[in-house]
Design a protein around this ligand. Sequence first.
Ligand SMILES: *[C@@H]1O[C@H](CO)[C@@H](O)[C@H](O)[C@H]1NC(C)=O
Ligand SMILES: *[C@@H]1O[C@H](CO)[C@@H](O)[C@H](O)[C@H]1NC(C)=O
Ligand SMILES: *[C@@H]1O[C@H](CO)[C@@H](O)[C@H](O)[C@H]1NC(C)=O
Ligand SMILES: *[C@@H]1O[C@H](CO)[C@@H](O)[C@H](O)[C@H]1NC(C)=O
Length: 677
Amino acid sequence: MPPFYALLAFFSAFGIICTHAGSELESEKVDPCAVIGGKKWVAPSDVRACFSSFKVDQTIKRNILDVVGKTLAFHTSVNYEIKAPEPFTPFVHEDLFKDIARISKSSYASDYDLHIDVSRTLKRLNDGHCVWINACYDSAFLNFLPIPLALLTQDDGSQNVHIAPEAFKVASAEFADEISVWQDALPGVLKGKLESLSGAKVVLLNGKPPFDAVNANALITGSFQPLGTRQNSFFSSYALSTTTFSYSMGNFAQQSLPLDDSVELVIQRVNETTLHKITIPYRSRINPATVPFNSSATYKANNCVAVDGTNGVDLHAASLGSSTASKFQQAPVPSPSKKHKVNVMMDTAPLSDIALPPVLQPTAPALNGSFGGGAFFMQKDGKTGVLALGSFGGDDFDVMESGMLQGLQTLKELGATQLIVDVTNNGGGFICAAHWLHRIIVGPKSTTVPQAGLDTKARDGPLARLIVQELIDKNLDPDQELLYNPLNWNDANNVQFSATDNWLLPPVDLEINGHADAFSQRLGQECQPSGFDFTPPDVALFNPSNVVIVSNGRCASSCSLFSITMAKEEGVKTVVVGGKSNVKQEYCGTVGGQSTDFSTIDTEIKTTQLKNNSLAPPDLLVNGVQGITWRLGFGIVDTQQPEEWQDHPADLNLALTPDLVNNPVAIWEVVAAKLLA
Ligand SMILES: *[C@@H]1O[C@H](CO)[C@@H](O)[C@H](O)[C@H]1NC(C)=O
Ligand SMILES: *[C@@H]1O[C@H](CO)[C@@H](O)[C@H](O)[C@H]1NC(C)=O
Ligand SMILES: *[C@@H]1O[C@H](CO)[C@@H](O)[C@H](O)[C@H]1NC(C)=O
Ligand SMILES: *[C@@H]1O[C@H](CO)[C@@H](O)[C@H](O)[C@H]1NC(C)=O
C-alpha cells in the first residue's frame, strides 16, 4: 500500500481527524468545472461532475420555489392540471402545490439534483407553456450521439426503430470536429464505419426493446399532453427555420442535460442478417450561449446568477430588454412587441440550428412571399401549393403577414388549386399571425370575422386584480405597455374595455378539481381590425376542402390556434406523420391562448408598485425562467371548457417509410395523393 493511502487507512481506522484529512484532500482535488472550462467537446460525466459539485444553497432553493409558486398564481391551468378531463386524464394529473411542498422538504445531494426534480415536476404537466428552465444547467452543454433515430414502417405494416437513414450525413456535417471519436469507439469490424450504421434496425437499446426507452423518455420530455406526440420527440424530425429546413436530432440523440454517458445497441445493418452489439458514447458540446469559464466560481458567476432580463423592471425607470425566456422559446420571436402578443411554447432545448442534409431539402427555390420561418413551394403536379411554416414568430409581424398573403397569391398565380400547410415542429409565435392565416385562407365568414381564433379567459387572482386597479387609479400605464391594461382587451362581444374598467371584476368563480378558482370574464379577440396591420382580401384564397395541415403532432400554441380553428371550424383535414400505429396521434397540443413568463409578470408588478405585496414573487436570484399560460382559449366543440384538453385527433396517421422519413417534398407528394384531388 503506498504511504499516502496507508496514512488514510490509519486515520479512518481510528475514526479521528477524518474531517480534517477530508478537507485537505478536497483542496488538492481538481476543480471539476476547470476540467471542462475552455473546451468545446467534453465527456458528459465531466459536465455532471461540474454540475453536481454545487451544493444546495437553502436561500436559493427557497427563492426558486417562491418565484415558481407565486408565478403559478398567474398561470390559468394549475387547478385543471391536477386532473385533466378525458382523453388526457392519464397524461395530465399533477398537483404543483403538493409538489412544491414536497420539494421544499426534500434534501438533495446537489443543486443539480434539485434542478432535475423541479424541472421534471413542471414538465409532468406536459404543458409547454408552463416550464421551469435554469440556464445554469439546461442546454449549457448539449449531449449528442451521432445516430438520430426514426420509427419506420415496412410494407407489411410492421414498425421498427431504426438509425435514421440520413444519420451519417447529418452527423458528419454537424460534428465534423468530433466524428473521429465516434468512429474510433465502434468495435471490431465496425471501427471507422459509422456511415454503415445509417438505416440499421435497432433490435435492443440498453438490452431492452427500444420502445421501453421511447416510453421512458415520454415521461420526462414534457411539452405536449398526448402520449403519441411525446413518443415522437424521441425521434429525429425537420423544421423550417429560416427559409431552409433544419434538423432536430430528437431526445435520443440530443439531451439538454448530461444524463447518459453511452448507449448500448444491438443493431442489424441494412441488407444484413448479422446482429452487432455496439456501445456508443455520448459527447457533450458547449452551447455557444454559455459564457466561457475556467473554474466552478467563474462557471457559477457567468452562467448561474440572474442577468438583465431575468427579472422584470419598473417601466417608469427602465425599458424592457430581451428576456431570459426568449432563449428557450420554440419560435424565434424577433423582438418583444407590446402590440403583437405571443403564444409560444418553451423547451429546455434551444431551437435546432443543425441543417437538414441538402439531399432532403426541396430543390425548387422558395417562392415570393417566403419569410423567416415560412417558405412557399409549388409541387411538380402543378396544382398543389405548399406553405412550410416552422413558426408564427420567425420574422417581424408585418413581414410575416404580408409574406403569407403574397406567397399564397403567388401559388394561386402559378396554378395552385390546393394547399398543404406543413407546421412540423411549429412552436407558435404571434397570435394575430395565426388568426391572419386562418382568415386569409378561408375568407371572411362567421368563423373568421371578427374572431378567427379562440375566445379566452385570464386567471383572476387577488394580486392580478390589484394590478389592474392600481394602473387604472394612478394612470400608471399611459403607453399601454402592460398586459393588464384594460385598453388591450375586448369583452366577449368584441367591445374594447374602457381605460377605467377593471376587467377582472367581477370574477367568474369556479370550482376545478375540488379547488376554488377565479377567472376573468370571457374575452373576445383583439386582432381585427387594428391587430392586423394590413387589410385582408374579401374572398377566400383556397376552398377549405382543398387544404390539408401536416405535422409530426409537434404543433403548439399559436400553431394550435391555427390548426384547431381550421380543422374544427372549416373542416380542413389534418395529417400526423410518423408515430406508433396503435397510439392515437393528435395534430397539435399545448394550446393555451396567450403565454408569458415570470419576468413579464414581474414588470407588471413593479410598474404598478406592488412588489411589496406578500403575493408578489421576489426577484429571482438564478438565471432561470418560469413560463405560464396567461390566457386560456375556450373550446370550439365544448364552448364553455378550455380547448387545451379537448380532443385533436388527426384524420390521417401517415406511416413513415425509409423513403419518406425527414423528406418534406416526398411527404407532401404522398399527402396530396392521399387527401387531395
Ligand atoms: C440494400 O439492397 C438494395 C437492393 O439490393 C440496394 O438497392 C441498396 O443499395 C442496399 N443498401 C445498402 C445500404 O447496402
Ligand atoms: C479565469 O477567468 C477569469 C474571468 O472569468 C479570469 O479573470 C482569470 O484570469 C481566469 N483564470 C485563468 C487561470 O485563466
Ligand atoms: C416574384 O417577384 C419578382 C419581383 O417582384 C417578380 O419579377 C416575379 O415575377 C415574381 N414571381 C412570381 C412567381 O410571382
Ligand atoms: C416597498 O418597496 C419599496 C421599493 O419599491 C421600498 O423602498 C419600501 O421600503 C417598501 N415598503 C415596505 C413597507 O416594505
